[in-house]
Every structure is written in C-alpha cells, then in structure tokens.
Design a protein around this ligand. Structure first.
Ligand SMILES: *[C@@H]1O[C@H](CO)[C@@H](O)[C@H](O)[C@H]1NC(C)=O
Ligand SMILES: *[C@@H]1O[C@H](CO)[C@@H](O)[C@H](O)[C@H]1NC(C)=O
Ligand SMILES: *[C@@H]1O[C@H](CO)[C@@H](O)[C@H](O)[C@H]1NC(C)=O
Ligand SMILES: *[C@@H]1O[C@H](CO)[C@@H](O)[C@H](O)[C@H]1NC(C)=O
Length: 265
C-alpha cells in the first residue's frame, strides 16, 4: 500500500522530469520558429502607436513634430498607422538637420508645398531596415506625398541610404520598428525635386565625406555595432523567451518536487 504509493509518486516525478528534459532538449531549435509570435492570425487590431508621443520623447524631433502638427500631416500619418494593413515608415530628421538647412529655405513655400514636403518623409508601408535591401533594387519609391515625390534607396551592409536628389542621407537609428509603424532617424531634411527642381547645386560640402575616412578605426566599428545591434532584434527577444521558458521549467520542477515532498509526509 505504502510502497505502491511511493512508487507511483516516484514514477510520476520521473515521468515529469523526463518530459521536461525532453521539452528542454527540444527547445533549442524551437526559437527559430518563435512559436508565440509568428502569426497570431485572429489578432485583434494592432496596438495603437501614438506617433505624437513617440516623436515628442525621442530625438529631439521638435521641429519636425511642429511641422507635422501645423500642416496637420500628423493626422494623415496617424490614420495610416491606425487604419491600414500596410502601416507606415517615417524618416524623421533631428532638430539639428533643420538648423543645418540653408540653401533652399522653407520660407517661401506655399502651404501645399510644405504639406507635401512633410508627407514626403513617409512611405505608405511598414518596412524593417532589412526590407530596404530589396527596395534598393526598385529605383524610385513612392512616398506618402504621391506623384513625383519619390525617394531612392541604397542598402550598404546594413546601412540604409536615402537620395532625394537634393538630400543624400542615411538612417542613423531606429526609433521604433514594430509592425505597423517604423520610425527611422535621418541626418538631413529630405528635399524633393518635385518642389525644389532638378537644378541641384553641386554640394558645397564634399569635405564632410572624407572625415569618417580619417578615423575609420574609431568610427566605423561603433557605427556598425550600433546598426547590427538594432537590426537583428529577433536575437535578444529569442534569448529572453528562452530564459523565460527555462524559468517556467524551473518553477514547474520546484512545484513538482515540493508536491512530492508534501505527499510523502
Ligand atoms: C498621444 O500623445 C500625445 C503626447 O503625449 C497626447 O497629448 C495625446 O493625448 C495622445 N493621444 C492619444 C489618443 O492618446
Ligand atoms: C488612432 O487611434 C487612437 C486610439 O484608438 C485614436 O484615439 C485616434 O483618434 C486615432 N487617430 C486617427 C487619425 O485615426
Ligand atoms: C524663394 O524665394 C527666392 C527669392 O526670394 C527665390 O529665389 C526662390 O526661387 C523661391 N523659392 C521657391 C521654392 O519658390
Ligand atoms: C532614382 O532611380 C531612378 C531609377 O533608377 C533614376 O532614374 C533616378 O535618377 C534616381 N533618382 C535619384 C535622385 O538618384
């Protein structure tokens, strides 16, 4: 009677342990599939991303945010984020980019032109940084401003470069990149040929280009590690889900053992 009870408990603990061990042994390949994340098919609406809030706490992007609000383009962006399956990708110049802007000034733009210029900073679709590898092969990409307001991209070992004709810049950090909203910081205000014409003056500052070359040892590794840190973001989440799994297994094990102890006495 007693023996059979003990035997049953031992057997069930053993069974539990072996099934847990099996689960753990099987777990390493599992993260690739990322079982909890991939397709929550019956997903309700995607979580609401407040663009105004995001842009007000990151950056500083106050100048761009002021333009977004004064032109009401913020509503267009937020609507694209809220209500479309495609989502949105926004390229946000830092405040310093607007300060650096000298030659073509915004002062004599019409309201419509200013609105188009701000709309020009977004694509009507969510793109991860890696997606730009493919986009770079497609030539002119339409922006939310439509029509001839297009941007060209190049993708160079993880770095996304943008070319508007007037502005050649690159993505310097990912502020937010979760479907359906991507917000990437850029070094320059994007000036469209559709407003400023194709008569682009030769860049008066070819000197900044050699600067990174002067100290490649100091500059490029940090820039590269920053970029590589931001793009394969699945890696950290995988490891964290792994550790959460391990934690669960531990808790189950402790529970099982303590239950066994309680039954024994
Ligand atoms: C979005 O964030 C802004 C700035 O924090 C806030 O004023 C606004 O009420 C928020 N909108 C919604 C709908 O939560
Ligand atoms: C976006 O969704 C939020 C939360 O549901 C809502 O408060 C806001 O008014 C919506 N904005 C637009 C432009 O659809
Ligand atoms: C803005 O005004 C300047 C002179 O005041 C003129 O040369 C320039 O073409 C104007 N730019 C636009 C976009 O109208
Ligand atoms: C963008 O790409 C198209 C197609 O390749 C090309 O015709 C155009 O000149 C490019 N524009 C810029 C600003 O590089």
């Amino acid at each position: 009677m007693e023996f059979s009870k003990i035997f049953t408990i031992c057997f069930s603990v053993l069974l539990l342990c072996s099934s847990l061990a099996y689960g753990q042994a099987r777990s390493p390949p599992a993260p690739v599939a990322m079982s909890p994340t991939p397709t929550p098919a019956p997903a309700p609406a995607p979580p609401y991303v407040n663009l105004t809030y995001l842009l007000s706490v990151a950056g500083p992007f106050h100048t761009f945010l002021d333009y977004l609000e004064s032109t009401k383009v913020i509503d267009t962006f937020q609507n694209q984020a809220n209500n479309t399956d495609q989502g949105i990708t926004v390229f946000v110049p830092k405040d310093s980019a607007f300060k650096d802007l000298r030659k073509p000034s915004f002062s004599n733009l019409s309201d419509d032109q200013l609105k188009s210029l701000i709309l020009y900073h977004a694509l009507p679709r969510f793109y991860t940084l890696a997606d730009f590898n493919e986009l770079s092969t497609k030539g002119s990409i339409s922006t939310l401003a439509g029509g001839e307001y297009t941007l060209n991209f190049t993708y160079d070992s993880g770095t996304v470069h943008l070319d508007s004709g007037w502005s050649k810049t690159k993505v310097t950090s990912a502020v937010h990149s979760t479907d359906p909203v991507a917000i990437y910081q850029v070094d320059k205000v994007l000036l469209p040929e559709a407003i400023f014409g194709t008569d682009i003056p030769p860049t008066p500052a070819p000197s900044p280009a050699p600067v990174p070359d002067v100290s490649p040892a100091a500059d490029s590794p940090s820039a590269e590690s920053k970029e590589s840190g931001s793009s394969p973001k699945s890696a950290p989440s995988t490891s964290s889900s792994n550790s959460i799994m391990n934690l669960c297994i531990w808790r189950q094990l402790v529970l099982a053992v303590s239950a066994g102890v309680v039954l024994f006495f």
